[in-house]
Design a protein around this ligand. Structure first.
Ligand code: ADP
Ligand code: MG
Length: 241
């Protein structure tokens, strides 16, 4: 009995993991900034303090803005969207970052349009996070984005030939604040997973260290006709305005 009690309390809810993570992640830069302010109060100032304080403050700001993304309502503004068009747009947004890192992004699909019922900005956010990670894991090379239909699902995969993820680390990927990067927040995939789950989709990762990684996102295929849900939403909106 004791054992299961311990196990249950060890396995924190997402809210619990977040609270613990926030406390930890915000306290470090905060302590650092506080230290510098205390030095300044004693009249000890060096020109190198300011950029360090600024970067610590920027880090707190980044963590907070990503946490706000996690807190956002997930069911707003759903419309049928063509996944191919959406991903073409995401790639155009992130292209400059790829070029700066000497990475090429290729996109391929045999059939278009392929509609999903989604909040376009949220799904864009998901693929920005995933492709950014792929760029950060790569040194040169190519990122392949593929969109295809698999039965009732639209499957979009992002494959890189980057560093890969060790098998024993796969379980931790997507847990709040889990990062292997010096400047990472470890929130990107937590946000992505939450958005995909709220769209009744699934995420799968396969990876081989030294070879590369594939993220596979499946989302329900939607017909182009508006769903009853959407009609409902429109009525509700009309009622409000
Ligand atoms: P962050 O990018 O801030 O570290 P993420 O939630 O986006 O946070 O990613 C968590 C971790 O997952 C990364 O730190 C990295 O170790 C691993 N990861 C994610 N995508 C890839 C990838 N394409 N190749 C290798 N490792 C990856
Ligand atoms: Mg990331």
């Amino acid at each position: 009995k004791n054992e299961s009690f311990i196990r249950a309390s060890e396995k924190l809810s997402l809210a619990g993991q977040l609270a613990a993570g926030i406390a930890h992640e915000i306290r470090n830069p905060l302590t650092s900034v506080k230290g510098f302010v205390q030095l300044l109060q004693r009249g000890i100032q060096k020109p190198e303090y300011m950029p360090i304080m600024m970067s610590e403050i920027n880090r707190m700001e980044l963590i907070i803005s990503e946490l706000l993304m996690l807190a956002k309502p997930q069911n707003a503004h759903r419309k049928p969207m063509d996944m191919c068009e959406l991903l073409e747009h995401v790639i155009s947004l992130i292209e400059s970052q790829a070029i700066l890192n000497d990475v090429q992004i290729q996109i391929e699909y045999e059939e278009a349009p392929l509609f999903i019922q989604c909040d376009a900005n949220q799904i864009k956010q998901v693929f920005i996070n995933i492709i950014k990670n792929a760029i950060e894991a790569s040194q040169g090379g190519t990122i392949q984005v593929r969109i295809e239909r698999a039965g009732d699902a639209i499957v979009a995969s992002v494959t890189d030939n980057g560093c890969g993820i060790p098998q024993d680390m796969l379980d931790q990927i997507g847990q709040p604040f889990f990062t292997t990067k010096e400047k990472g927040t470890g929130l990107g995939l937590t946000i992505s997973n939450k958005i995909i789950a709220s769209h009744e989709g699934t995420t799968a990762i396969s990876s081989v260290t030294g070879i590369g990684t594939t993220f596979k996102i499946s989302l329900p295929h939607a017909s182009q006709r508006s769903h009853p849900i959407e009609r409902h939403e429109i009525e509700a909106n009309e009622l409000i305005s």
